[in-house]
Design a protein around this ligand. Structure first.
Ligand SMILES: NC(=O)CCC(=O)C(=O)O
Length: 307
Protein backbone atom coordinates (compact mmCIF):
# COMPACT_ATOMS: atom_id res chain seq x y z
CA UNK A 1 0.00 0.00 0.00
CA UNK A 2 1.47 3.39 -1.00
CA UNK A 3 0.94 6.04 1.58
CA UNK A 4 1.63 9.69 0.96
CA UNK A 5 3.97 9.77 3.94
CA UNK A 6 6.32 7.39 2.15
CA UNK A 7 6.74 9.67 -0.84
CA UNK A 8 9.06 12.62 -1.04
CA UNK A 9 7.92 16.00 -2.30
CA UNK A 10 9.56 17.04 -5.54
CA UNK A 11 11.17 20.48 -5.64
CA UNK A 12 11.75 20.27 -9.39
CA UNK A 13 9.81 22.27 -11.93
CA UNK A 14 6.88 20.52 -13.53
CA UNK A 15 8.48 20.73 -16.98
CA UNK A 16 11.18 18.31 -15.91
CA UNK A 17 8.83 16.42 -13.61
CA UNK A 18 10.36 12.92 -13.56
CA UNK A 19 6.90 11.43 -13.12
CA UNK A 20 5.89 12.67 -16.55
CA UNK A 21 8.89 10.92 -18.07
CA UNK A 22 8.59 7.67 -16.15
CA UNK A 23 8.83 4.97 -18.84
CA UNK A 24 6.90 2.52 -16.71
CA UNK A 25 3.63 4.37 -16.53
CA UNK A 26 1.08 4.34 -19.31
CA UNK A 27 0.65 7.96 -20.37
CA UNK A 28 -2.35 7.47 -22.67
CA UNK A 29 -5.27 5.31 -21.67
CA UNK A 30 -9.03 5.18 -21.27
CA UNK A 31 -10.71 5.73 -17.93
CA UNK A 32 -14.12 4.15 -17.27
CA UNK A 33 -16.35 6.03 -14.86
CA UNK A 34 -19.28 3.90 -13.67
CA UNK A 35 -22.18 6.05 -12.47
CA UNK A 36 -24.01 3.22 -10.74
CA UNK A 37 -27.61 2.89 -9.63
CA UNK A 38 -27.63 2.07 -5.91
CA UNK A 39 -30.51 0.06 -4.39
CA UNK A 40 -31.32 -1.10 -0.86
CA UNK A 41 -30.13 -4.63 -1.79
CA UNK A 42 -26.40 -5.05 -1.31
CA UNK A 43 -26.16 -8.14 -3.50
CA UNK A 44 -27.92 -6.35 -6.34
CA UNK A 45 -25.48 -3.44 -6.00
CA UNK A 46 -22.48 -5.76 -6.09
CA UNK A 47 -23.73 -7.60 -9.15
CA UNK A 48 -24.52 -4.36 -10.91
CA UNK A 49 -21.11 -2.89 -10.13
CA UNK A 50 -19.46 -6.07 -11.39
CA UNK A 51 -21.43 -5.93 -14.64
CA UNK A 52 -20.73 -2.27 -15.34
CA UNK A 53 -17.02 -2.67 -14.54
CA UNK A 54 -17.05 -5.40 -17.18
CA UNK A 55 -18.81 -3.09 -19.65
CA UNK A 56 -16.19 -0.39 -19.01
CA UNK A 57 -13.34 -2.87 -19.57
CA UNK A 58 -14.99 -4.17 -22.76
CA UNK A 59 -15.11 -0.58 -24.02
CA UNK A 60 -11.36 -0.27 -23.52
CA UNK A 61 -11.02 1.25 -20.05
CA UNK A 62 -7.96 0.12 -18.15
CA UNK A 63 -8.55 2.37 -15.12
CA UNK A 64 -12.06 2.18 -13.67
CA UNK A 65 -13.64 4.50 -11.10
CA UNK A 66 -16.74 3.78 -8.98
CA UNK A 67 -18.98 6.15 -6.95
CA UNK A 68 -19.04 7.07 -3.28
CA UNK A 69 -21.06 4.49 -1.27
CA UNK A 70 -21.87 2.33 -4.29
CA UNK A 71 -22.93 -0.75 -2.27
CA UNK A 72 -25.23 1.18 0.12
CA UNK A 73 -27.80 3.99 0.01
CA UNK A 74 -26.24 7.28 1.13
CA UNK A 75 -27.92 7.39 4.53
CA UNK A 76 -26.30 7.34 7.97
CA UNK A 77 -28.68 4.67 9.30
CA UNK A 78 -27.78 2.35 6.39
CA UNK A 79 -24.00 2.61 6.72
CA UNK A 80 -23.70 0.22 9.73
CA UNK A 81 -25.92 -2.39 8.01
CA UNK A 82 -23.88 -2.42 4.79
CA UNK A 83 -20.42 -2.07 6.35
CA UNK A 84 -17.65 -4.61 5.69
CA UNK A 85 -14.59 -5.55 7.73
CA UNK A 86 -11.65 -5.81 5.34
CA UNK A 87 -9.78 -7.99 7.84
CA UNK A 88 -12.50 -10.61 7.50
CA UNK A 89 -12.59 -11.09 3.73
CA UNK A 90 -15.21 -13.85 3.81
CA UNK A 91 -17.75 -11.39 5.15
CA UNK A 92 -16.67 -8.57 2.81
CA UNK A 93 -18.35 -9.41 -0.53
CA UNK A 94 -18.00 -5.92 -2.03
CA UNK A 95 -14.28 -5.79 -1.25
CA UNK A 96 -13.79 -9.31 -2.59
CA UNK A 97 -15.70 -8.67 -5.82
CA UNK A 98 -13.50 -5.63 -6.60
CA UNK A 99 -10.32 -7.64 -6.08
CA UNK A 100 -11.59 -10.56 -8.17
CA UNK A 101 -12.91 -8.48 -11.05
CA UNK A 102 -9.73 -6.36 -11.18
CA UNK A 103 -7.72 -9.56 -11.48
CA UNK A 104 -9.99 -11.36 -13.96
CA UNK A 105 -10.16 -8.32 -16.28
CA UNK A 106 -6.58 -7.14 -15.63
CA UNK A 107 -7.69 -3.60 -14.82
CA UNK A 108 -6.93 -1.09 -12.06
CA UNK A 109 -9.97 -0.14 -10.00
CA UNK A 110 -10.43 2.95 -7.87
CA UNK A 111 -13.22 1.35 -5.91
CA UNK A 112 -15.40 4.36 -5.06
CA UNK A 113 -16.28 3.90 -1.42
CA UNK A 114 -18.23 1.62 0.87
CA UNK A 115 -18.79 1.70 4.63
CA UNK A 116 -15.84 -0.02 6.33
CA UNK A 117 -15.94 -1.31 9.90
CA UNK A 118 -12.73 -1.53 11.86
CA UNK A 119 -12.14 -1.76 15.62
CA UNK A 120 -15.63 -0.60 16.53
CA UNK A 121 -15.58 2.41 14.15
CA UNK A 122 -17.14 2.97 10.74
CA UNK A 123 -15.33 4.75 7.91
CA UNK A 124 -16.28 5.88 4.41
CA UNK A 125 -13.49 4.07 2.59
CA UNK A 126 -12.11 3.86 -0.93
CA UNK A 127 -10.03 0.81 -1.87
CA UNK A 128 -7.71 0.68 -4.88
CA UNK A 129 -6.96 -2.64 -6.58
CA UNK A 130 -4.24 -3.37 -9.15
CA UNK A 131 -4.56 -5.67 -12.17
CA UNK A 132 -3.56 -8.73 -10.19
CA UNK A 133 -6.35 -8.05 -7.72
CA UNK A 134 -3.91 -6.72 -5.12
CA UNK A 135 -5.01 -4.02 -2.67
CA UNK A 136 -2.80 -1.04 -3.48
CA UNK A 137 -4.28 1.64 -1.23
CA UNK A 138 -7.10 2.49 1.14
CA UNK A 139 -8.40 6.03 1.67
CA UNK A 140 -10.78 6.88 4.49
CA UNK A 141 -12.82 10.03 3.84
CA UNK A 142 -11.10 12.82 5.76
CA UNK A 143 -13.67 15.63 5.66
CA UNK A 144 -17.06 14.27 6.68
CA UNK A 145 -20.18 15.83 5.21
CA UNK A 146 -21.76 17.49 8.22
CA UNK A 147 -24.11 20.22 7.05
CA UNK A 148 -24.50 23.33 9.15
CA UNK A 149 -27.84 24.99 8.41
CA UNK A 150 -29.30 23.12 5.39
CA UNK A 151 -29.91 25.13 2.24
CA UNK A 152 -33.61 25.73 1.43
CA UNK A 153 -35.21 22.50 0.14
CA UNK A 154 -32.31 20.34 1.31
CA UNK A 155 -32.49 17.76 4.10
CA UNK A 156 -30.11 17.90 7.05
CA UNK A 157 -27.20 15.49 6.75
CA UNK A 158 -24.63 14.68 9.40
CA UNK A 159 -22.28 11.98 8.19
CA UNK A 160 -20.47 11.90 11.53
CA UNK A 161 -23.65 10.47 13.12
CA UNK A 162 -22.29 7.08 12.08
CA UNK A 163 -18.93 7.60 10.31
CA UNK A 164 -15.53 8.47 11.78
CA UNK A 165 -13.10 10.62 9.82
CA UNK A 166 -9.93 9.26 8.27
CA UNK A 167 -6.72 11.07 9.07
CA UNK A 168 -4.38 10.29 6.18
CA UNK A 169 -4.14 11.70 2.68
CA UNK A 170 -3.62 9.01 0.04
CA UNK A 171 -1.64 8.91 -3.18
CA UNK A 172 -1.03 5.64 -4.94
CA UNK A 173 1.44 4.73 -7.69
CA UNK A 174 -0.28 2.70 -10.39
CA UNK A 175 0.49 1.62 -13.95
CA UNK A 176 -1.61 4.66 -14.87
CA UNK A 177 0.36 7.25 -12.97
CA UNK A 178 0.32 8.66 -9.51
CA UNK A 179 -3.27 8.99 -8.30
CA UNK A 180 -4.54 11.03 -5.35
CA UNK A 181 -7.80 9.99 -3.71
CA UNK A 182 -10.45 12.18 -2.11
CA UNK A 183 -14.03 11.27 -1.28
CA UNK A 184 -16.79 13.78 -2.06
CA UNK A 185 -16.64 16.54 0.58
CA UNK A 186 -12.83 16.12 0.49
CA UNK A 187 -13.01 18.01 -2.82
CA UNK A 188 -14.03 21.18 -0.97
CA UNK A 189 -10.59 21.42 0.61
CA UNK A 190 -8.04 22.71 -1.93
CA UNK A 191 -5.18 22.03 0.47
CA UNK A 192 -5.63 18.28 0.02
CA UNK A 193 -5.48 18.52 -3.78
CA UNK A 194 -2.44 20.82 -3.54
CA UNK A 195 -0.65 18.33 -1.33
CA UNK A 196 -1.34 15.57 -3.87
CA UNK A 197 -0.06 17.74 -6.69
CA UNK A 198 3.08 18.60 -4.72
CA UNK A 199 3.74 14.88 -4.38
CA UNK A 200 3.47 14.25 -8.09
CA UNK A 201 -0.16 13.26 -8.68
CA UNK A 202 -1.20 13.12 -12.34
CA UNK A 203 -4.84 12.49 -11.54
CA UNK A 204 -7.07 13.00 -8.52
CA UNK A 205 -10.11 10.72 -8.27
CA UNK A 206 -13.11 11.88 -6.27
CA UNK A 207 -15.90 9.34 -5.78
CA UNK A 208 -18.74 11.62 -4.63
CA UNK A 209 -22.44 11.97 -3.95
CA UNK A 210 -23.20 15.68 -4.01
CA UNK A 211 -26.82 16.64 -3.32
CA UNK A 212 -29.17 18.59 -5.58
CA UNK A 213 -28.30 22.05 -4.21
CA UNK A 214 -24.55 21.94 -3.96
CA UNK A 215 -24.40 19.60 -6.92
CA UNK A 216 -25.96 22.18 -9.22
CA UNK A 217 -23.94 25.03 -7.74
CA UNK A 218 -20.54 23.53 -7.02
CA UNK A 219 -19.85 20.00 -8.29
CA UNK A 220 -18.43 21.03 -11.67
CA UNK A 221 -16.84 24.21 -10.29
CA UNK A 222 -14.95 22.33 -7.56
CA UNK A 223 -13.62 19.76 -10.03
CA UNK A 224 -12.51 22.31 -12.59
CA UNK A 225 -10.88 24.45 -9.93
CA UNK A 226 -8.94 21.56 -8.38
CA UNK A 227 -7.78 20.59 -11.90
CA UNK A 228 -6.79 24.03 -13.17
CA UNK A 229 -5.08 25.18 -9.97
CA UNK A 230 -2.99 22.02 -9.81
CA UNK A 231 -2.62 21.43 -13.57
CA UNK A 232 -3.64 17.80 -13.45
CA UNK A 233 -6.58 15.57 -14.31
CA UNK A 234 -9.59 15.27 -12.01
CA UNK A 235 -12.14 12.45 -12.32
CA UNK A 236 -15.34 12.22 -10.31
CA UNK A 237 -17.88 9.43 -10.01
CA UNK A 238 -21.32 9.71 -8.45
CA UNK A 239 -24.15 7.24 -7.97
CA UNK A 240 -27.07 7.86 -10.32
CA UNK A 241 -30.07 9.79 -9.02
CA UNK A 242 -32.95 8.18 -7.14
CA UNK A 243 -35.57 10.90 -6.75
CA UNK A 244 -37.49 8.79 -4.20
CA UNK A 245 -34.62 8.64 -1.68
CA UNK A 246 -34.29 10.95 1.32
CA UNK A 247 -30.91 12.28 0.11
CA UNK A 248 -31.23 13.00 -3.60
CA UNK A 249 -27.97 12.75 -5.51
CA UNK A 250 -26.89 15.11 -8.28
CA UNK A 251 -25.02 12.63 -10.51
CA UNK A 252 -23.02 14.23 -13.36
CA UNK A 253 -19.82 12.18 -13.11
CA UNK A 254 -17.07 13.97 -15.02
CA UNK A 255 -13.50 13.97 -16.29
CA UNK A 256 -11.68 17.31 -16.27
CA UNK A 257 -8.32 18.03 -17.92
CA UNK A 258 -5.37 20.07 -16.63
CA UNK A 259 -6.58 23.32 -18.21
CA UNK A 260 -9.88 22.95 -16.40
CA UNK A 261 -11.61 21.70 -19.53
CA UNK A 262 -14.46 19.20 -19.29
CA UNK A 263 -13.40 16.18 -21.32
CA UNK A 264 -16.45 14.03 -20.64
CA UNK A 265 -19.52 14.23 -18.46
CA UNK A 266 -22.96 12.71 -18.11
CA UNK A 267 -26.41 13.46 -16.68
CA UNK A 268 -28.05 11.84 -13.66
CA UNK A 269 -29.00 8.41 -15.04
CA UNK A 270 -26.95 5.26 -14.68
CA UNK A 271 -24.09 5.43 -17.20
CA UNK A 272 -20.65 4.15 -18.09
CA UNK A 273 -18.52 7.07 -19.18
CA UNK A 274 -15.42 6.21 -21.21
CA UNK A 275 -12.91 8.99 -21.74
CA UNK A 276 -9.32 9.44 -22.92
CA UNK A 277 -6.54 10.58 -20.63
CA UNK A 278 -3.20 11.70 -22.07
CA UNK A 279 -0.65 12.91 -19.54
CA UNK A 280 1.11 14.93 -22.28
CA UNK A 281 -1.67 17.48 -21.61
CA UNK A 282 -0.25 18.00 -18.11
CA UNK A 283 3.17 18.74 -19.51
CA UNK A 284 1.68 21.14 -22.06
CA UNK A 285 -0.28 23.03 -19.39
CA UNK A 286 2.75 23.26 -17.11
CA UNK A 287 5.11 24.34 -19.90
CA UNK A 288 2.69 27.04 -21.02
CA UNK A 289 1.88 28.23 -17.52
CA UNK A 290 4.73 27.33 -15.15
CA UNK A 291 2.71 28.10 -12.03
CA UNK A 292 4.91 26.07 -9.74
CA UNK A 293 8.04 28.11 -10.42
CA UNK A 294 6.00 31.35 -10.32
CA UNK A 295 4.57 30.58 -6.92
CA UNK A 296 5.55 33.11 -4.21
CA UNK A 297 5.45 31.00 -1.08
CA UNK A 298 7.68 33.64 0.51
CA UNK A 299 4.85 36.20 0.60
CA UNK A 300 1.68 34.17 1.26
CA UNK A 301 1.38 35.28 4.84
CA UNK A 302 -0.06 38.40 6.43
CA UNK A 303 2.37 40.60 8.29
CA UNK A 304 0.87 43.04 10.74
CA UNK A 305 2.86 46.18 9.95
CA UNK A 306 1.40 48.00 12.93
CA UNK A 307 2.84 45.40 15.29
N1 LIG B 1 -21.28 13.09 0.17
C1 LIG B 1 -20.78 14.28 0.40
O1 LIG B 1 -19.71 14.42 0.97
C2 LIG B 1 -21.58 15.43 -0.11
C3 LIG B 1 -20.76 16.69 -0.21
C4 LIG B 1 -21.54 17.85 -0.67
O2 LIG B 1 -22.64 17.74 -1.19
C5 LIG B 1 -20.93 19.16 -0.50
O3 LIG B 1 -21.62 20.15 -0.81
O4 LIG B 1 -19.77 19.28 -0.07
Amino acid sequence: MASISKRTASAQSFVSDPLLQMPKITQKFKIGICQLKVTTEKNVNILNAHNLIQVAAEQGASLILLPEMWNCPYSTDMFPKFAEDFNDIDSAPSFLMLSEVASSLGVTIIGGSIPEKDAGQLYNTCTVFGPKGELKAKHRKIHLFDMGKPLPGEVQFKESDSISAGDKPTVVDTDFGCIGIGICHDIRFPELAMSYSARGAHLICYPGAFNMSTGAALWELEQRTRAVDNQLYVASCSPSRDSASSYIIWGHSTLVGPMGEIIATTGHEEAVLIADIDYAAIQLARESFPLKSQRRDDIYQFVDLLG
